[in-house]
Ligand binder design. Sequence first.
Ligand SMILES: [Zn+2]
Length: 681
Amino acid sequence: MVDIKSYVKLFNYHGMNLPLNSSEKDLVDDCPFCGAVGKFSLNQKKSTWRCFTCDCKGNSYGFLVKWHEHCLAKTTDEQYEEFAKQRGLNPEILIQFELAWDDQNRCWLVPIYRINEHNKRTLINLKTYRVNQDGTKEFFGTPYCSQGLFNQPALNENHSPVFVCEGEWDAMALLSCDLSEFNNAVVVAVPGANTFKDEWVELFAGRSVYLLYDNDHAGPPGIRIATEKLASASILPSVYALAWPDGSPKDIRDFVIAKGPKATIEMLKDNLHEVLLENPERVQRESWSSVIDDFRKLYHVDYSFADAATVVAATLLSGKLPGDPLWVFLVGPPSTSKTTICDAFAFDQQHCESLSKLTSKALISGWKIPGSDDDVSIFPLLKNRTLLIKDYTAVMSLGSGVQEELYGILRDCYDGRVKVTYGNGKTCDYNDVYFSLVAAVTDEIRRDNRSALGERFLKCEVIGEDYDPMALTLAALNSVVKDATRTRNLQLLGCSIRNYLNSVYINPNNLPTLPEKYRTSLSALSLVIGYLRATVGRSHDDLEFRSRPEGGGRVVKQLSKLGLCLCLLLKKPEFDKEVYRLVKKVALDTIKSFQLELAQLLSLHPKGLTTSQIQHRLQLPKTTAQRVVSDLQTLGVISRQKTSNRHGTGRPEDNWQLTPKFLQFWNDAELTPPKKKLANA
Ligand SMILES: [Zn+2]
């Protein structure tokens, strides 16, 4: 069944102006081929078209073929020369691949062909490359067309080795090099690093396959996707991946432009490494700690890295349980392991959908695949899965209007109902779109603590107080080397996480239990959070009203859900000490603040401290210390007792202690820190 609307878009994409929502039997416009006014007619029912003047006719692909031919015939040698210069390519290659200048729409057309089952070359997509007035470049497929493998027909001709480039331009650049040293290998291109279609696999069976993916973050996962697919070929190919030498530009075309064709071939000869194909489905870990060992093969894993990875994995599981999903910020200074952890989990594509940056566009329309006519929103994809956002920090520097729009969408997401209005006026209601969320962010987020989103997120610090910056930096240095072993280990890690999470058996009628002891601790912990993150309303220095701590209701739900997911992840039948340790860590990370530090300090000094002692121990400016003290006093966390000055002379100083009520919660939650950590601070 032809979806007529997206069918019409195919024509309009190439400059026609057919009405999208017409109920007429025939949609009419001027003929793009002969120019006859109002003579081109598209029959909505039969989805065929014809021009009553020049008598051209056909179906959608017929239109693309005809339009391509029409433009191709008019493209001049000068235009090829000029464009080749612009793109750093050889003009003969542009002619060989039948690129055509579309003068009407001011863009270049790149035809994508395949050999069909009757052994005929057929056009499957007509991509457009356009340089906008502001210099930005666009390269998209025609809507309604499927994505193809560039230069696929060449694969049907022989069984030579094959280079797989990421994108058509890289393939064309490589073809300008002398490939005789590679047995005159065929060069094809996938449309993007993430795309390797099942239907292409057999074309590579038994060949030597050289994967030349871009020198960027999408390259290694792309290689993993391709090798996983290639492992299912009827005759296993020999697969080699390019490990870019240091200082290389971002892709093959740039390398050819910068270093020339000869140096490109030399570089390829030296830097292609074999990737061992093995069926990764077999990677099966018995315990979460052995998955953490797989992380160790790739990253510097200290205890806080392991804790953070464990919390993220538990968050992934939360999507499989009913009720509110878990949303977690991974917090750390720039260039620490928070992004690394997100990257690692992004390899588990079954449970995760990864976004590098969060924008409302990415949530609503960023998922549209050029040429497809699928739902344009990410939401249907996210159901019961986890959205990973590698850089949430950027959100905080957005303009307040944009930020509010985004927060509005996120609040709706958290509640499971999103209503989206698209640019074309169409609205979509997505109900029941519960998904969990993990976002990497810097300490900037602490500033944002009181925003309306704040309480929806738990926070997890990725580095401990005593982390080893040298070890972390050295590990980052080592990870620059992308050899075949590393590629293999990344692939293994993704499978290891995925298969382990799939092995976690969730029986809704027999979930891990929460013993009475931890029931009390969790409630107390939630109340402590309520006290310590309450907002004290101030105008200048005056209190505006008597602030009260928030109730523990929402937090206790989040923390117990986290605990439950940790029990499931660690395959424990009930909540125990280790699970509580992690829950407590996340709880304290969530409210990390001077308020928390003060409560911790006073819990170690039952006899109380004076304001100046507090200022000194916490190393805070006087006004900050006074404000923190005043906040906690207002909230009923601490109380004042006049004592005589210890030196016996002068004005007595205020002495601050935790109130008995708060101290009770604090002790029930087992929060007093180990003495040596803070006592000498
Ligand atoms: Zn015509």
